[in-house]
Design a binder for this molecule. Structure first.
Ligand SMILES: Nc1ncnc2c1ncn2[C@@H]1O[C@H](COP(=O)(O)OP(=O)(O)OP(=O)(O)O)[C@@H](O)[C@H]1O
Length: 756
């Protein structure tokens, strides 16, 4: 093997030499493009400064400026492409590849291919490196030696896989090298997982596992449901899947056509480096709260976290109502209501301008009623909008010839005149009268711009009142609370999806057909009603839903198969498929074994064989002692690990602990609006830690009082599963029965602490 290693290192050196020569060439081209952009920009600035007094000169300058603006944009684009190439080559220079496969097609010679994060050709067009997403590369992830199949655009192909080799190359030097018959051998994975956590998530392309590869390369399903245990690589799989899809459909798909719903802002930031590290642009990211808030302007939307925190205090009746509002049945009721809503019950509203009514609600209703009753509501609504716009056009035309506007025209300053003229110039008009009529229209249009806007945005229809009226009829028990909230400009999370669904159905708006893929991470936190609404909004998108029902913080967990059939039916999927991920990569074997024991069906979880210390329960007698224990453990862990989190059940607890600790230790309290993870010790409630991981996790109080029964199991499991290397649980008094019923060998116990 030593000889082989030398040969491989020689090849690495040769490839790096080629990369360096391409780097030099690209740097030159980049510099040239950059200089050109600067010179065009300079020209542009100068032209924009001169010749702006005389009208004719100004027109000429305008045209020139437009041309130069386009030139600048084009140059910037070229510069951007070259910059991306430089980044890719820079990454390849450090780690040109991570895998090698030797294959033999029937009747052909043996071929050796090297696989890396991007492809590289020499000037003879020989492939020195194959992109990990190329069809042939799937053999590396999927196949064991022997006859293997792989998908290509031309159909399924077969080849003989003769050798599979893995490399760990750092800064151009082979650190490790293995021949393997496994998918991706454990040794390399082990060394990757041993590393300490980072501020940002890393790509996993060198060590993708077979089950993950099936998720990443799935192009057939319109609903792909991934259920994976904590730390099994669901989030990693989504991100590599996005990179794969962008490569696979590069002629038709771009990153702007992909939306990812992520659990919180910290998470959005945490994953933001993965796609750029693979040479791709990030997809759009949004949290459910941001999404609803943008669509419900003027209202304070209850966040998922507020929803969680208040759900403990709901009465039985309120809980029942809440779960009904989350159900597909409720969305069905909304749909039926919208389909049969009589014109007399539509909540139109007056359209006014500076106190003057432009269209009264009665007039609007009258127009609406004048359309044939057999038209669908949405068509009638659109027809109404058109009719109102036409009426507005006539109103504006009339206003343009009014005395008021004629007077204004006479008193226009030079500046106002040119501004109204805009792109036109004097020569565009055949007469002075025509020019004046044009300018008069411009003034009138400006005056009525808000009304055009109001019509465009359906402001002649009061969606909030309409939903109230719907509740009054179909769910009267809920009306009072809704109205009260509305008075304070608030809306509960449960009301968002049905209200928006009703509005969209009635007004035929709110849909975005340009999105081709919708990803939802932590899907167990979404109600079916919310899913129905998202499917309605992104009607043309294929769905990838990822979750772990054991991490449902406040709801019942569901079996994956039941969940798939429920979702397929509700979302009317034609080709749905379910993928399960049972192996947990995040935590040491000891932590995973502890976590899995917490779950009734945890036996199916496989831990990755990475040794570490057992989780520790630190039992103390009272609150004061718990602070001392926390202080000691946090201090110790912060010395040993780069990321340490003190995770609590809720924000109130996080704040209390922060108050107690921040003068003694460098701790940071994380809140909902935070976007970055601090170095050192973070204090945060579990719902903000969703999707994240830390080297060391300290749990504040796992006592029987705090976690009395199985209803709190999801929270405890989710907290513990954030830990990679160390898990310490402080308990004031007797620990939770969820813990004491476990095999005592799964954790260590520390009764008292010596205080220095
Ligand atoms: N194939 C792999 N190779 C290397 N690391 C991996 C692999 N799969 C997962 N990991 C690592 O395991 C950790 C957990 O992955 P990830 O966050 O994607 O899991 P998850 O299923 O989304 O977790 P959770 O649901 O608990 O938030 C990450 O550090 C990730 O880099």
């Amino acid at each position: 093997m030593e000889n082989e290693r030398k040969l491989e290192q020689k090849r690495v050196d040769q490839v790096i030499t080629e990369i360096q020569s391409q780097l030099k060439q690209t740097e030159k081209e980049y510099k040239k493009a950059h200089d050109e952009t600067s010179s065009v920009e300079k020209n542009y600035v100068q032209n924009a400064k001169v010749n702006t007094t005389e009208v004719d000169d100004r027109m000429e300058t305008n045209a020139e400026i437009q041309q130069q603006k386009q030139l600048v944009a084009k140059n910037i684009q070229t510069e951007q492409i070259l910059k991306e190439q430089l980044n890719t080559l820079g990454e390849l220079e450090k780690t040109p590849y991570f895998g090698r496969i030797d294959i033999q097609d029937p009747g052909d010679d043996r071929e050796t291919l090297y696989i890396g994060t991007a492809s590289l050709n020499d000037d003879q067009q020989n492939f020195l490196i194959y992109d990990w997403r190329a069809p042939i590369s799937s053999v590396y992830y999927n196949g064991t030696l022997g006859t293997v199949e792989y998908e290509t655009p031309a159909g399924l192909q077969q080849t003989d896989l003769l050798k599979k080799r893995q490399f760990k190359i750092n800064d151009g030097v082979i650190k490790n090298m293995f021949d393997t018959n496994e998918t991706v051998g454990d040794e390399i994975l082990q060394s990757v997982l041993d590393e300490h956590s980072d501020e940002y998530m890393k790509n996993i392309v060198a060590t993708i596992q077979k089950e993950q590869n099936d998720i990443i390369r799935n192009t057939k399903s319109d609903l792909l449901l991934v259920q994976g245990v904590a730390g099994s690589g669901k989030t990693s799989a989504i991100l590599q899947r996005i990179a794969f899809l962008l490569y696979h459909s590069r002629d038709t798909l771009n990153a702007d056509q992909i939306v990812l719903f992520s659990p919180n802002l910290l998470f959005s930031r945490y994953i933001s480096d993965v796609l750029p590290s693979l040479g791709e642009k990030n997809m759009r990211q949004v949290t459910l709260h941001e999404f609803f808030s943008r669509r419900l302007q003027g209202l304070n939307v209850e966040s998922l976290f507020e929803h969680y925190e208040s759900s403990d205090n709901l009465s039985r009746q309120q809980k029942k109502l809440s779960s009904y509002k989350k159900s597909p049945q409720f969305m069905q009721t909304v749909k039926k209501y919208a389909a049969h809503l009589p014109a007399a019950e539509i909540c139109f509203t007056d359209v006014t301008l500076n106190g003057e009514t432009i269209f009264s609600k009665d007039e609007i209703r009258k127009i609406y009623t004048s359309f044939p009753g057999n038209m669908t509501l949405a068509h009638r609504f659109n027809a109404l909008k058109k009719k109102l716009s036409k009426k507005l056009d006539s109103l504006v035309a009339k206003k343009a010839t009014s005395q008021e506007i004629q007077d204004m025209l006479e008193n226009l300053s030079g500046e106002q005149y040119h501004e109204l003229l805009g792109e036109q110039n004097k020569e565009s008009f055949i007469s002075y009268d025509e020019e004046q009529a044009y300018l008069g229209m411009k003034i009138a249009e400006k005056q009525y711009a808000v009304i055009y806007d109001a019509l465009f945005n359906d402001f002649f229809f009061d969606d909030y009142e309409q939903y109230g009226s719907f509740l009054k009829q179909k769910l009267p028990q809920s009306f009072e609370e809704y109205s009260q909230n509305l008075e304070y400009h608030r809306i509960t999370l449960d009301d968002c999806a049905p209200l928006l669904f009703l509005r969209d159905l009635l007004t035929d708006s709110g849909q975005n057909h340009s999105i081709a893929h919708l990803f939802i991470d932590e899907m167990q936190d979404y109600s079916l009603a919310q899913m129905i609404y998202l499917k309605h909004v992104f009607g043309a998108a294929k769905l990838t839903l990822l979750g772990d029902s054991e991490q449902a913080l406040y709801s019942e967990s569901k079996r994956p198969k039941e969940l798939l059939s429920e979702l397929s039916e509700t979302l009317q999927a034609r080709h749905s498929s379910l993928k399960l991920l049972n192996k947990s990569y995040r935590s040491t074997k000891q932590i995973t074994d502890f976590m899995k024991a917490l779950l009734p069906e945890g036996n199916s979880i496989q831990s990755f064989n990475r040794p570490g210390k057992r989780p520790l329960i630190c039992q103390v007698s009272d609150e004061e002692a718990s602070f001392r224990a926390l202080y000691q453990h946090l201090k110790k862990s912060a010395k040993e690990y780069s990321s340490v989190a003190l995770i609590t059940k809720n924000m109130t607890k996080s704040k209390q602990l922060y108050e107690k600790l921040h003068r003694k230790l460098p701790v940071t309290l994380l809140e909902e609006s935070d976007r970055t993870l601090p170095a050192g010790i973070a204090i945060l409630p579990i719902y903000l830690a969703k999707g994240l991981e830390f080297d060391s996790v300290i749990v504040n109080n796992v006592s029987a009082d705090e976690y009395p029964d199985t209803s709190k199991r999801g929270i405890l499991y989710t907290i513990c599963s954030r830990a990679m290397h160390e898990l310490v649980m402080i308990s004031i008094g007797q620990p939770s029965p969820l813990i004491t019923q476990l095999d005592p060998d799964l954790y260590g116990v520390e009764q008292t602490l010596t205080i220095k």
